[in-house]
Design a protein around this ligand. Structure first.
Ligand SMILES: Nc1ncnc2c1ncn2[C@@H]1O[C@H](COP(=O)(O)OP(=O)(O)O)[C@@H](O)[C@H]1O
Ligand SMILES: [Mg+2]
Length: 358
């Protein structure tokens, strides 16, 4: 088990970064205005949208609440947004809770027993439900029933309570952590994927118009390429660009403004920030491209190993800047080139790991 204090520490660490995919303090509320409310307004993910549209149309036509839906994917890609859209499209209320908010099975039982017919129950971070709550949830999802415990001790008994039909929408960043019986209760699982630049450009354009910020040609592109495939990051960077436009009294924002504003926050053309660059720089300059063990690397950049591993590496690996090998972390040719360096040949004629890998 991971130590929860550690997780919080990393969450804190993460929340300080402009390029974090997690919401940062004070942000969720102001982000509301940028959330699309109908499926048509949800940008990108065309296949998923088509599937969901069919799924919702069928439920509406049959006049029954749809099957339970699982939304899986990394943070910031639109899981919560989609859950809200589904409820809105169905014209039903949505009740919101999360795995960590439910401490005891009883907490979940009381939510379930108060649901109205057709209502959507959104359970964020569903992989973090306590075990007993998970078991209660299987039954509720399958049989629309909860067993309510009456009394305490040896005289306690359980009374089955029938629930009206409702729809659970679960969201998870860790689908693999969901026990398969729970996963099997979902009639539809949607996997959200990182967004290509073109889609993020559309998203930035839409958000800028919601914020009333005129963008010149090419500005949306400059924002999109720095957003790590993640709508939440795109919207956050856009807000910082808006600050820039306000302070500089700009009537509209040009690509050079975007570059300058985001350079101020030390976010480079690939969406890498100061820490990402420090990591790559350490591997390349101090360890000759690697392989280097995680602990040495972390010490070199003055961060906790876990921070480097959970906060920086996933994006660096995904974008092909870094590979994890059994011997340690290795900077790829792309990393060297991004730092403006030639992948170096070793003095002994051995090309080193970079040469062997590529
Ligand atoms: N496909 C999309 N189209 C438009 N905006 C989106 C899309 N996906 C995410 N967003 C925006 O990004 C922000 C983060 O999305 P959210 O649904 O909270 O992500 P998650 O729940 O997966 O962490 C939302 O405020 C929303 O405005
Ligand atoms: Mg969410």
């Amino acid at each position: 088990m991971t130590d929860p204090t550690q997780t919080n520490k990393h969450a804190d660490e993460e929340s300080l970064r402009m390029v974090s995919a997690q919401p940062i303090a004070g942000e969720p509320v102001s982000d509301e205005e940028l959330r699309p409310h109908v499926l048509d307004g949800f940008i990108g993910q065309p296949r998923l949208k088509a599937q969901l549209q069919l799924f919702l149309d069928a439920a509406r036509k049959r006049e029954v609440p749809p099957d339970h839906i699982l939304l899986a994917g990394p943070p910031g890609l639109g899981k919560t947004t989609l859950a809200m859209i589904v409820a809105n499209e169905l014209g039903v209320p949505i009740r919101v809770t999360s795995g960590p908010a439910i401490q005891h099975a009883g907490d979940l039982a009381s939510i379930l027993s108060s649901l109205d017919a057709g209502e959507v129950l959104f359970i964020d971070e569903i992989h973090r439900l306590p075990r007993a709550a998970e078991e209660l949830l299987y039954i509720a999802m399958e049989d629309f029933r909860v067993d309510v415990m009456v009394g305490k001790g040896p005289g306690a008994s359980s009374i089955p309570l029938t629930l009206p039909r409702f729809t659970v929408i679960g969201a998870t960043t860790r689908e693999g952590m969901l026990p398969s019986p729970l996963r099997a209760r979902f009639g539809f699982t949607a996997h959200l994927d990182f967004y290509p630049h073109e889609e993020l450009e559309k998203l930035v354009t839409r958000s800028a118009s919601v914020l009333g910020l005129p963008l010149d040609d090419g500005s949306a592109h400059e924002l999109a390429v720095r957003s790590r495939g993640t709508p939440r990051i795109a919207n956050r960077l856009l807000r910082r660009v808006r600050d820039w436009a306000v302070v500089h009294d700009l009537a509209s924002v040009g690509p050079a403004d975007v570059r300058e504003a985001l350079a101020l926050y030390q976010i480079d053309t690939e969406g890498l920030d100061r820490l990402d660059i420090a990591v790559l720089d350490a591997i390349v300059r101090s360890f000759d491209g690697g392989p280097v063990g995680l602990n040495n690397l972390a010490a070199m950049v003055g961060e906790e190993s876990e921070t480097v591993e959970t906060v920086c590496e996933p994006y660096l690996v995904r974008e092909g800047f870094l590979v994890r090998t059994p011997k340690g972390r290795v900077a790829t040719r792309k990393a060297w080139e991004h730092l403006g360096l030639e992948p170096r040949e070793r003095a002994d004629g051995d090309q080193g790991t970079v040469g062997k890998l590529f």
